[in-house]
Ligand binder design. Structure first.
Ligand code: APR
Ligand code: PHB
Length: 389
C-alpha cells in the first residue's frame, strides 16, 4: 500500500490532519492502535481556542460545534472566598468555544468516514522505517497479517505513549519534563453547570474547577493526592469536598447528582525537541504534554497540525519545502508559550505539599494582582483564548 502521508494515531491530532489534507486533495492513511469506540471513550478537556475553531471550519467539520458548542467570553477565578472575572471578549476581542474533545473527535471520525478516508483500526507493531531517507515506510500488523505502507511523509500523532517520538534517535532528541506532586479527580454528572462560565478555584484545601459539556452535563475536578484512588471517593465525598473549595455564592447554585464517570489524571509538563527527524513529524501529545489547567492540550496539538498541514500543503501545491523544513522550529516556538501558560496557571491555582508561608503569600499576592489589574488580566486572556499561530 502507498499513500502521501502516513499518520500514526487516530486521536484528534491525526484525524484533524488527515481531514485537512483531504480537503486539499492530499492522500493519507491513519493507523490507530485501538478502535473508534475506545478512542471516543476517553474524556478530555473541552475548551477550544479560536485557532482550533477556525481549523475545524477549514476542515469542514464545524457545523455541529457551532450549533451545540457554548461560546464563553470570560472565566471566573475564585480565591480566599472572593471571585473575580477575566473578560476575554473585552480584553482580546475573542472568546473560546466550550465543546468536548470527544465531540471534536467524533465529528472528525464521521467526516473521515463519510469521505471514504482510510483509517486502519487495531494495528499492532507499528515501526517507522527510513524516516531519514526520501523513501520512508511504516510496517505494522493488522488482522494477523504484516503490512507495509510506503509514503512521502510520516506524521507521528500517536500520543505520549506512542512509537513515533522514540523513533527519533536518542542522541538527537532532548526531553524536558516536570511532574506535579498531585492529580485531578474529575467527575461527569448529568446536572446543569453551576455557572454559565467556568470557575477555577484556589482554596486552602486545594484546587477545584467547575466546567461543563452542555446545559445538562457538568464536569468538575478537585486536586487530589497522586496516591489517591477513584474507589476511595464516593460521589458524596466528592461533592462535599468540592463545596468546601468553592465560594459560598457558587455552592448555593451547585446542583449535585450521581457521577457518570470518575477518574484521576496526573499532571505533567513535557516537551520533546526537535519535533521532526527527516520525514517524520511529531504532532500533539506525541511531542508535548501540558497540565490540564487552562485546557491547552488539544489546542496545542491543533497548532502543530496547523503548521504541519500548511507545510505539507505548500510542499505538494507549490513545491516549496520551507514550511516542512521549519516545522519543528515554528511548532516549538508556540508549544513553549503554551507550556509556560499551563505551568503558570497550575502553579497559581494549586496547593503544594512543601509550600512555605512565603510561597502562599506570593500566590495570594499574584491572585490579588490578577484580580485588580487590567494588564494582568489581558495577559491571561490573550493566552487563554489562544496565541496567534
Ligand atoms: N500505533 C498506532 N496508534 C497508536 C500507537 C501506536 N503505536 N500508540 C498510540 N496510538 C494512538 C492512541 O490509541 C490514540 O488514539 O494514538 C492516538 C493518540 O491520541 P491522543 O493521545 O489523544 O493524542 P493527540 O491526538 O495528540 O491529542 C492531543 O488529546 O490526549 C489528549 O490531552 C491531549 O488534549 C490533548 C489531545
Ligand atoms: C474540562 O472541561 O474538562 C476542562 C476545562 C478547562 C480546563 C481543564 C479541563 O482548564
Amino acid at each position: 500500500m502507498r499513500t502521501q502521508v502516513a499518520i500514526i494515531g487516530g486521536g484528534p491530532s491525526g484525524l484533524l490532519l488527515s481531514q485537512l489534507l483531504h480537503i486539499r486533495g492530499i492522500d493519507s492513511v491513519v493507523l490507530e492502535r485501538k478502535t473508534r469506540d475506545y478512542v471516543l471513550g476517553r474524556i478530555r478537556a473541552g475548551v477550544l481556542e479560536r485557532g482550533l475553531v477556525s481549523l475545524m471550519e477549514e476542515a469542514g467539520v464545524a457545523d455541529r460545534m457551532h450549533r451545540e458548542g457554548l461560546r464563553h467570553d470570560g472565566t471566573l477565578i475564585a480565591h480566599g472566598g472572593d471571585m473575580f472575572r477575566v473578560d476575554f471578549a473585552r480584553t482580546t476581542g475573542h472568546s473560546v468555544m466550550v465543546y468536548g474533545q470527544t465531540e471534536v473527535t467524533r465529528d472528525l471520525y464521521d467526516a473521515r468516514e463519510a469521505a471514504g478516508g482510510q483509517i486502519v483500526y487495531n494495528v499492532e507493531d507499528v515501526v517507522i522505517e527510513g524516516a531519514d531517507t526520501d523513501t520512508p515506510f511504516v510496517s505494522y500488523t493488522a488482522d494477523g497479517k504484516s503490512h507495509r505502507l510506503a509514503c512521502d511523509f510520516v506524521a507521528g500523532c500517536d500520543g505520549f505513549h506512542g512509537v513515533s517520538r522514540k523513533t527519533i534517535p536518542q542522541d538527537l532528541r532532548q526531553e524536558f519534563e516536570k511532574v506535579y506532586p498531585f492529580g485531578w479527580l474529575g467527575i461527569l454528572s448529568e446536572t446543569p453547570p453551576v455557572n454559565h462560565e467556568l470557575i477555577y478555584a484556589n482554596s486552602e484545601r486545594g484546587f477545584a474547577l467547575c466546567s461543563m459539556r452542555n446545559a445538562n452535563l457538568s464536569r468538575y475536578y478537585i486536586q487530589c493526592a497522586m496516591t489517591d484512588r477513584v474507589e476511595n471517593w464516593s460521589d458524596d465525598a466528592f461533592w462535599d469536598e468540592l463545596k468546601r473549595r468553592l465560594p459560598q455564592a457558587a455552592v448555593a447554585e451547585l446542583q449535585t447528582g450521581p457521577s457518570i464517570e470518575k477518574s484521576i489524571a496526573p499532571l505533567r509538563s513535557f516537551v520533546c525537541e526537535p519535533m521532526q527527524w527527516g520525514r517524520l513529524f511529531l504532532c500533539g501529545d506525541a511531542a508535548h504534554i501540558v497540565p490540564p489547567t487552562g485546557a491547552k492540550g488539544l489546542n496545542t496539538a491543533a497548532s502543530d497540525v496547523h503548521y504541519l498541514y500548511n507545510g505539507l500543503r505548500q510542499f505538494y501545491e507549490e513545491g516549496d519545502r520551507s514550511g516542512i523544513d521549519r516545522y519543528s522550529e515554528r511548532a516549538l516556538a508556540r508549544v513553549w508559550k503554551a507550556e509556560r501558560f499551563s505551568w503558570w496557571f497550575s502553579s497559581l491555582m494549586h496547593r503544594y505539599r512543601d509550600q512555605s508561608e512565603f510561597d502562599l503569600r506570593m500566590q495570594r499576592a499574584e491572585l490579588d494582582f490578577l484580580a485588580s489589574d487590567a494588564a494582568a488580566q489581558a495577559a491571561m486572556a490573550i493566552n487563554y483564548v489562544g496565541l496567534d499561530y
